[in-house]
Design a binder for this molecule. Structure first.
Ligand code: NAP
Length: 280
């Protein structure tokens, strides 16, 4: 038996259509401001894709590109302007920032009501407390994929590999909120293979090519692969050895075409949510 392949592109396309339909019914255009500091090539591509996707669903998107030597004070002043701008509903500062700028200070400066990445401590606290708030895009996308694939979460044993603030911790909080029994693994975890074999759901968010091997996987398990790793041959692979996992797992996300497309779609949804919450 081969695993059900969870098609992130299709789920993301449906979500984008839903956002477009809801946005078109509003008497205003929700506005997203994406701030890019420096000239990191990968960040440029991400920002361009976010901008394009936002325009396609009818949001008002603009990218503010600043030089790499922008001071922290200048960036904070820009964020204050965006916080005060009534037409701006969502603010996203593309990470990583240049080393001379403190990311934590910058993320704290964003109005939590416009924090469409969900990284402001107020939104992090809301997620931990189970209160309404803006939820980080990749974790939210992962939960939507699980929902789409009709994976039961209540009581399920879930393993999250990775404890970053961007993916691992928030996805674990979302799974707990859905009554899963969650283990979080990281670089100090002993017997990661054993933890994996005991899990019905594995979320791999590490950034190590094909680290999770086929013989680590319980038959029928659901595998969500967040990792994006470029091989020497120039192809993209995830954190899970896909070909090995396919005949064993019950469901699996491919890389590319799994979690990745959901991240941007959830950013658009967060912008719409922020606009409606602020303007109504
Ligand atoms: P990160 O901040 O580098 O965190 C990686 C995590 O993996 C850390 O918690 C680290 O543990 C853990 N780890 C490292 N080696 C390990 C090992 N041998 N065994 C178990 N755990 C180990 O990365 P991230 O930002 O969460 O991203 C993870 C991956 O997802 C990357 O490939 C990234 O490109 C990708 N990503 C994809 C999307 C998307 O939209 N598809 C979005 C975000 C990220 P310690 O905490 O102990 O160091």
């Amino acid at each position: 038996m081969t695993a059900q392949i969870i098609d992130g592109r299709a789920v993301a396309a449906a979500l984008r259509e839903n956002v477009a339909a809801r946005a078109s019914a509003l008497p205003y255009r929700p506005g997203l401001a994406v701030v890019l500091v420096g000239d990191d090539p990968a960040s440029r591509v991400y920002v361009r894709n976010k901008d394009k996707a936002a325009l396609q669903v009818g949001l008002h998107a603009r990218t503010i590109a600043l030089p790499a030597d922008t001071t922290e004070a200048a960036l904070l002043a820009l964020i204050k302007n965006l916080n005060d701008d009534p037409q701006t509903d969502g603010i996203l500062v593309q990470l990583p920032l240049p080393a001379h700028i403190r990311s934590d200070i910058v993320l704290r400066a964003i109005d939590p009501a416009k924090d469409v990445d969900g990284f402001h401590p107020d939104n992090v606290a809301a997620l931990a407390l189970g209160e309404p708030g803006l939820v980080p895009c990749t974790p939210r996308g992962i939960l939507r994929l699980l929902e789409h694939a009709q994976i039961p979460l209540r009581g399920a044993k879930a393993l999250v590999i990775g404890r970053s603030n961007i993916v691992g911790k928030p996805v674990a909080a979302l799974l707990v909120a859905q009554n899963a029994t969650v283990t979080i693994a990281h670089s100090a975890t002993r017997d990661l293979a054993g933890e994996c074999r005991r899990a019905e759901i594995v979320i791999a968010a590490v950034g190590r090519a094909e680290m999770v091997r086929g013989d680590w996987i319980a038959p029928g398990a659901t595998l969500i692969d967040v990792g994006i790793n470029r091989t020497d041959a120039g192809t993209l692979v995830g954190d899970i050895a896909y070909a090995e996992a396919l005949p064993i797992a019950g469901a699996i996300t491919p890389v590319p075409g799994g979690v990745g497309p959901m991240t941007i779609a959830c950013l658009l949804e967060n912008t719409l949510t922020a606009a409606i919450a602020r303007r109504h």
